[in-house]
Ligand binder design. Structure first.
Ligand code: SIN
Ligand code: MN
Length: 213
């Protein structure tokens, strides 16, 4: 379903079995040897998610990608699992867009989790100018997702991202503002045995653009 030029919502893209496999993988990653953590942004405020960057680390202080978590514990970003990479490419191809992801930001939202309106614009000028999409996968509790325009004050569309949904924004939608205003606790499919929500956003940085050209 194309909700705006370059923005596609695929409700129920993933079967429950696939959601379960992803949920298990996410759980192992966020509580793994290099765990998820609560980032502190430039102004000193804590984010309202637990974050784990895979492939490359997004530094919440500098808004740049780096190999090492220099704003937190100095550990390397864990690698992006090959099956995650394949999943992102599968979803992007459903939207008719190319994507060779080299990084994923995995966020865990508890019942109070949220994320303010923002643009995803740190992947680099080439990737963004080419309109290479961000691919988002939602697992667990339902989120109220806000999808705005290219300016912060533009009106926002409100939609629910349900467990198993995919959302893609690329091309002319690549820099649209978006955020999560709330999570609805207890809405995850019971088969997942999960409370809260995992969201994975796959991206292609300029480094990957250069490597593939
Ligand atoms: C993000 O914008 O990075 C996350 C969006 C979401 O959680 O759905
Ligand atoms: Mn984002």
């Amino acid at each position: 379903m194309e909700i705006a030029p370059g923005a596609h919502h695929f409700p129920g893209f993933l079967t429950t079995a696939r959601q379960r496999a992803i949920a298990e993988c996410c759980r192992a990653l966020v509580d793994g040897a290099i765990p998820a953590y609560v980032p502190v942004v430039r102004g000193g405020g804590k984010m309202h998610v637990r974050m784990l960057c895979l492939g490359r680390h997004w530094n919440a202080r500098t808004y740049q990608y780096e190999p090492i978590r220099s704003d937190f514990d100095g550990l390397p970003a864990p690698p992006l699992p090959a099956e995650f990479c394949e999943l992102a490419r599968e979803i992007a191809s459903h939207a008719g867009m190319p994507l060779q992801p080299d990084l994923c930001i995995l966020n865990y939202y508890d019942a109070d989790g949220r994320m303010g309106l923002h643009q995803d614009k740190d992947e680099g000028p080439e990737s963004i100018a080419a309109g290479i999409p961000v691919v988002s996968v939602s697992i667990g509790d339902t989120a109220r997702f806000l999808f705005g325009g290219l300016k912060r004050r533009d009106p926002v569309e409100v939609l629910d991202l349900v467990s198993g949904d995919a959302f893609v924004f690329g091309g002319p939608a690549r820099l649209r503002y978006h955020g999560v205003s709330r999570i609805t606790p207890g809405t995850a499919p019971p088969e997942l045995e999960i409370s809260g929500r995992f969201n994975l956003t796959f991206r292609q940085s300029d480094d990957a653009c250069r490597a593939s050209s």
